[in-house]
Ligand binder design. Structure first.
Ligand code: ATP
Length: 511
């Protein structure tokens, strides 16, 4: 996928009511977006798929919906006030701002790609006899580049661990990393920047307290741990799931809905016995990748990436990365957060936050394994992979091959003509099908144009009502991907559509 593809996806998302820039009539607001009529349907379906997979299919996981505003001490306890920073750097010539860590990571990925190309070339040359491991261990170019990556990573991790901003700058300058806009390495110093949005609670400014918009939904789960454990009579291991908005004042926001200042997370905190966290970490890594793959976007588009530097709360962390139009990037994080958060809240609140384990006959602060996925990034993964320009015999078409269970509209009902009683029959079909599926009625333009419009928003089925329908109660059912058309009886429509679009089928593939 290319930059050109990405541009087309963004334009298409706007043209067909998936995503609009926020406040567009006022020229927009940086890195904030609105979901339109198709986008909000797709987004809701993704949420439903996640929620059902986590909460409904796991008897030991329950869901909550906590408030965005929380007591300010929570963010002291969680470490966000002191440590939720990104290192920023400006290029003096282009006046563009970057995240220093991202500049270094991208530089490293370029070296990694060189290795990938070398391997690809050799694999082609040697065919079946190719042994990648041996090649990696012996090829001088690969070895040299791997050594570069290892040295760079070691230095980078150390700089991050020591919060050594001068060293981050040195790495950038010494590796001749340049600004992609100006092409120069005329860099400012690197500075820490806290990503939390601060606002005031209360109407009288003198007594107003400073609070933060939450930068993650997880803390709303931690501070409700006792409430849920007690009222839900939950036994360890158990999980609490939540979907909700999070806010981060991102330094760089140039990648559409990949990096937004207001976004949505789908997070699950899984509370386990101390000492068992690595087992659960492995379990959730696997489970979550299976969930992604069930969407059918292509298994080759996912990979794990272990963190170079662990966050202050973690003892293990992996990202599930997706092959976005701009390369492999984080889609979901799986983190073993130890007992850090609950212990911190215990210390800061003075309330005992523990679990009495009847089998062990002792109380402890549970350990936590978290799965944290970006809803908007999942949306982008689906949209960018689904967007296809197809060359047909005498025509071209743009089709969104969205997984049918997630498609905004499941079926479009189209009377061939606006007369002869056809609209009435079509409306009746629409009424019946709407109970089970999100349908759309369309009678304007030629049938060909209407098919194209439905392809462009990813509608799995089009139902055309014509004169034969009056005679024998059959309609033409057209399937989006194959474009195959078949005549079927109106009474069969429900079950044929259901067979393809029912989310339960996707869910069943997970158990
Ligand atoms: P990144 O390294 O890309 O900034 P992160 O490691 O800070 O991401 P987490 O704190 O692990 O991200 O958040 C969990 C998930 O929330 C991410 O995997 C991502 O899908 C999503 N997410 C984080 N920041 C944003 C953002 N600014 N816009 C959209 N989604 C985001």
């Amino acid at each position: 996928m290319s930059e050109d593809h990405f541009k087309k996806v963004i334009a298409h998302a706007k043209e067909y009511g998936f995503i609009f820039p926020s406040s567009e009539i006022y020229d927009g607001l940086g890195a904030v977006y609105d979901y339109g009529q198709c986008g909000s349907e797709l987004k809701n379906n993704i949420k439903q798929f996640w929620w059902s997979a986590m909460v409904r299919l796991n008897e030991n996981i329950v869901g909550i919906d906590s408030a965005i505003f929380m007591h300010p001490t929570i963010w002291k306890a969680s470490g966000h006030v002191d440590a939720f920073n990104d290192p920023l750097i400006d290029n003096k010539d282009s006046k563009k701002r970057y995240r220093a860590d991202v500049l270094i990571e991208e530089f490293r990925e370029k070296i990694n790609q060189k290795i990938g190309k070398e391997i690809e070339k050799a694999a082609k040359k040697f065919g079946d006899a190719f042994d990648e491991t041996q090649f990696r261990q012996t090829n001088p170019n690969v070895l040299r580049n791997q050594e570069k990556i290892d040295e760079l990573t070691a230095r980078f991790v150390k700089a991050l661990e020591n919060s050594d901003m001068a060293e981050l700058r040195n790495i950038i300058v010494e590796n001749e990393i340049v600004c992609p806009i100006s092409g120069t390495s005329n860099w400012t110093d690197v500075r820490q920047f806290n990503l939390m949005f601060e606002t005031k609670l209360g109407s009288v400014s003198e007594d107003a307290a400073s609070i933060f918009l939450r930068p993650e939904t997880a803390q709303g789960i931690f501070v409700n741990y006792l409430n849920v454990q007690k009222t839900g009579r939950m036994k360890i291991p158990f999980g609490i799931a939540q979907i909700g908005k999070a806010f981060r004042n991102e330094i760089v926001a140039r990648q559409f809905i990949f990096r937004m200042r207001e976004f949505e997370q789908m997070e699950m905190q899984f509370f386990v016995r101390p000492g068992s966290e690595m087992e659960w970490f492995a379990y959730w890594k696997d489970k979550r990748l299976t969930w992604h793959k069930a969407l059918g976007l292509g298994e080759q588009n996912y990979r794990y990436h272990d963190h170079d530097k662990l966050a202050h709360y973690a003892n293990a962390a992996t990202d599930i990365e997706f092959n976005f139009p701009f390369g492999f990037k984080e889609l979901e994080g799986i983190h073993s957060r130890t007992d850090f958060d609950l212990s911190q809240h215990q210390n800061f609140s003075g309330k005992k936050i523990q679990y009495f384990d009847p089998e062990m006959n002792e109380s402890y602060v549970p350990y936590v394994v978290e799965t944290s996925i970006g809803l908007d990034r999942t949306f982008l993964a689906i949209l960018s992979t689904s967007y296809k320009e197809e060359q047909l015999e005498n025509d071209t078409r743009i089709v969104l091959s969205i997984p049918p269970a997630l498609a905004p509209i499941k079926a479009a009902i189209l009377p061939l003509l606006k007369k002869d009683g056809l609209p009435e029959i079509a409306r009746q079909i629409m009424k019946t099908l709407s109970v089970d599926f999100n349908c759309q009625y369309e009678e304007k333009d030629t049938i060909g144009k209407r098919y194209r419009r439905q392809d462009a928003i990813g509608t799995p089925f089009c139902i055309t009502v014509d004169h034969q329908t009056i005679e024998d109660q059959t309609v033409t059912l057209r399937e989006r991907d194959s474009m195959k058309q078949e005549r079927i009886h109106i009474e069969k429509l429900g079950s044929v559509i259901d067979n393809k679009v029912n989310m339960n089928k996707l869910l069943a593939s997970l158990i």
